[in-house]
Design a protein around this ligand. Structure first.
Ligand SMILES: Nc1ncnc2c1ncn2[C@@H]1O[C@H](COP(=O)(O)OP(=O)(O)OP(=O)(O)O)[C@@H](O)[C@H]1O
Ligand SMILES: [Mg+2]
Length: 276
């Protein structure tokens, strides 16, 4: 059912998938993207992007990938799933991602050599910016962090040959600070914070516009938005979920606008997690 059409929408406005076209550039998201781009431009090596669950880290990573895609001298490789049991497994994935050739039964040592050789060719001889972005980096095993540390040592007099971006939840921070020689090498540490009230209002408007809403009557009243901002604490995924439920309610009950009573009703009916 294209539920959104009756509301004057062409697309789903409050999907929770990380679509960069629906990313509102809040003060924090803007700063994060800008600073990441500067670090990459200068080839400064390692950047860390942190934030609580559902603050927009993956979506911002995709936005960066989209922007980088336009630049012929930049290649961005993204690893979304950080589960590795052995060093060799990680290096095989990295080689596949970067399109590095290797013998079928190659060792971790040989893989590392091939990757470094290829990095030198692309990064120095061809003067390209090679970026590896690891999402969910809080899950990375220590042996992967150790490999990353070694790869970061790889540099010319002017720049690092591999640009690393670690994206993860806040628990990544204490892990990185425990590894000797790692912390000081992080060129950029950026935290994405939840949205403030005005930004929640702006994100709702922005996502509705992106979904094609053109009617003059606002779909959400001001007080409804205020309540949504208060309840969600400005966490974008929570905002998206609640707004989606509110629009679903409008369609189900043949109504035209989300007001604060409707939000209250949804909150009262919300299924709460069971804490053991
Ligand atoms: N600035 C924003 N503007 C619009 N939507 C946003 C924004 N930030 C996050 N979202 C939305 O919130 C949802 C969650 O975003 P995302 O998956 O990027 O968060 P995350 O920080 O990677 O979460 P996790 O810690 O669970 O991996 C998505 O629907 C995304 O579009
Ligand atoms: Mg994510």
């Amino acid at each position: 059912m294209s539920y959104y059409r009756v509301l004057g929408l062409e697309k789903e406005p409050f999907s929770t998938s990380p679509d960069p076209d629906f990313l509102f550039m809040s003060r924090c998201h803007k700063a994060a993207l800008f600073r990441l781009q500067v670090a990459l431009d200068l080839r400064r090596g390692m950047s860390v992007l942190l934030g609580d669950v559902g603050t927009g880290k993956t979506t911002l990573s995709r936005k960066l990938a989209k922007v980088s895609d336009k630049d012929k001298n930049v290649e961005l490789h993204m690893m979304l799933n950080p589960f590795f049991r052995t060093e060799r497994q990680f290096l095989l994935r990295l080689a596949a991602l970067m399109g590095v050739r290797h013998a079928a039964r190659t060792t971790a040592f040989d893989l590392m050599e091939n990757i470094e050789r290829e990095l030198f060719r692309r990064g120095v001889e061809e003067n390209r910016t090679v970026i590896l972005l690891l999402d969910e980096a809080q899950m990375l095993p220590d042996f992967v962090l150790e490999i990353l540390r070694v790869l970061l040592n790889y540099e010319t007099n002017e720049f690092k040959i591999l640009q690393l971006i670690l994206v993860g939840q806040m628990e990544l921070l204490p892990r990185l600070s425990r590894i000797p020689n790692f912390w000081d090498r992080i060129a950029l540490k950026q935290i994405i914070r939840p949205l403030d009230h005005d930004e929640v209002r702006a994100v709702i408007r922005f996502r509705l516009e992106q979904a094609g809403y053109r009617r003059s009557q606002p779909l959400f009243t001001d007080t409804a938005i205020h309540r949504i901002a208060g309840h969600t604490g400005g966490y974008p995924r929570k905002v998206a979920l609640l707004c989606h439920n509110a629009l679903e309610y409008l369609v189900m009950h043949d109504r035209q606008q989300v007001d604060v009573e409707l939000v209250e009703r949804l909150l009262a009916e919300e299924v709460q997690p069971i804490l053991a």
